[in-house]
Design a protein around this ligand. Structure first.
Ligand code: GLN
Length: 190
């Protein structure tokens, strides 16, 4: 199984090393041909408005939307979570997103004083200690639809959600030295 990591902008390399550490073949996805060769995809953190723009200019937006419609397993982290939501609040007018998981997310909504923080996160179904989650100008999930399972929360707000083949986190799991969430993606979502 080949796992792609969208590499237009943002935290792509650390996702690839985490996936490789778990024995997956991890490749950067920058073109339609790259996308055609992968069995699953990670959409990393970064800047969702920039990634949206680069998806359009690289011609990747529509092919990726089609793969997602076909059920491509995908893990969206932070900006990736924003790009996969059905509703984006406080987005830029020209920003586009995929609507692959029934959530409404508000960009940068944790507020300035807590732009970045860490939280020890109990995750439903995960053995061992809580997951050390790093949040960087993270989106807040303001609504989840009935088909969405919330796997972790911070202050009663969902921060890790799943709907079918779509897994999203408001935080950056590739920045913690802990491969359990990538393993969950490879073993359960794919
Ligand atoms: N604030 C960014 C956005 O709106 C997301 C931040 C991140 O991915 N770390 O896209």
């Amino acid at each position: 199984m080949k796992v792609g990591v969208l590499a237009l902008q943002g935290a792509s390399a650390s996702h690839r090393s985490m996936l490789a550490r778990l024995g997956a073949e991890a490749v950067a996805v920058r073109t339609e041909a790259d996308l055609a060769g992968v069995d699953a995809l990670v959409i990393p953190g970064g800047e969702s408005t920039t990634i949206s723009m680069l998806l359009a200019s690289s011609g990747l937006f529509d092919p990726l939307a089609a793969r997602l419609d076909d059920g491509l397993p995908v893990f969206g982290t932070c900006a990736g979570m924003i790009l996969l939501a059905t509703e984006v609040l406080d987005g830029r007018d020209d920003q586009r997103w995929f609507g692959a998981i029934d959530t409404a997310v508000r960009r940068n909504a944790y507020g300035r004083q807590v732009d970045s923080f860490e939280a020890d996160l109990p995750v439903t179904g995960m053995d061992g200690p809580p997951f050390p989650a790093v949040f960087i100008r993270a989106p807040v999930v303001e609504r989840v639809g009935p088909g969405v399972t919330v796997l972790a929360t911070v202050d009663d707000r969902p921060v890790l959600c799943r709907q079918g083949n779509v897994l999203v986190s408001a935080f950056h799991p590739e920045l913690s030295d802990d491969p359990r969430l990538h393993a969950l993606f490879l073993e359960e979502v794919m």
